[in-house]
Design a protein around this ligand. Structure first.
Ligand SMILES: C[S@@+](CC[C@H](N)C(=O)[O-])C[C@H]1O[C@@H](n2cnc3c(N)ncnc32)[C@H](O)[C@@H]1O
Length: 181
């Protein structure tokens, strides 16, 4: 990887899988609406989790992979992060118990996005944000429609170049949802 690419990645991927400008949009939202954030499919990089957590009051990093969580825990130096092993389809939290839900790169692994987005809506308090990123190789319209079916509406979106996107298509989208009240 050349130096420019490395710089690009360390800036735009600072929280995890995101396209150009998307980490900035997420950071801006978290700064102005600071709270308890659930990070679903947090992955193994504790440094990225800690960076995201620095914009949160408290941060719950959740993954169904035990190996992912072990690696994440051992590389995360933030004191406001807790780790939990669980499946995105069945979140072990009461309704309205977190302020925002973030899932970066999770939906490539999810066959039933409506089910998972319903879970996100359930645990997220009213007026909280649900933020997801995905590769454009999975049509954005599919996840927008899944959100609507789950009782959410898109309040912000962005598409951007992402060299880490799999395959030949190097773009990702960010969808920011709110509950339809
Ligand atoms: C592509 S990685 C993204 C990791 C991190 N969010 C990032 O952006 O770098 C997707 C993560 O989602 C997790 N995952 C996939 N399906 C899941 C599920 N049903 N429930 C919880 N985690 C899941 C995987 O174990 C993996 O860590």
């Amino acid at each position: 990887m050349d130096y420019k690419q490395l710089l690009w990645e360390s800036h735009h991927y600072r929280f995890g899988l995101a396209g150009e400008g998307q980490a900035d949009a997420i950071e801006q939202l978290l700064r102005t609406h600071r709270g308890r954030v659930l990070n679903v499919g947090c992955g193994l990089d504790g440094r990225k989790i800690a960076r995201l957590a620095s914009h949160c009051q408290s941060h719950v990093a959740l993954d169904h992979g035990l190996g992912m969580l072990t690696a994440a825990r051992s590389t995360c130096n933030a004191d406001n992060v807790s780790f939990i092993a669980a499946d995105a389809h069945s979140l072990p939290f009461p309704s309205d118990s977190v302020d925002h839900v973030i899932a970066l790169g999770l939906f490539a692994y999810i066959n039933d996005p409506v089910h998972v987005l319903r879970e996100f809506r359930r645990v997220c308090r009213p007026h909280g944000y649900v933020m997801i990123t995905n590769s454009v190789s999975r049509p954005e319209g599919e996840h927008r429609a899944a959100g609507v079916e789950a009782g959410l509406t898109v309040v912000d979106e962005a598409e951007g170049y992402c060299p880490a996107a799999s395959g030949d298509i190097k773009r990702r989208y960010l969808l920011v949802f709110c509950e339809i009240l």
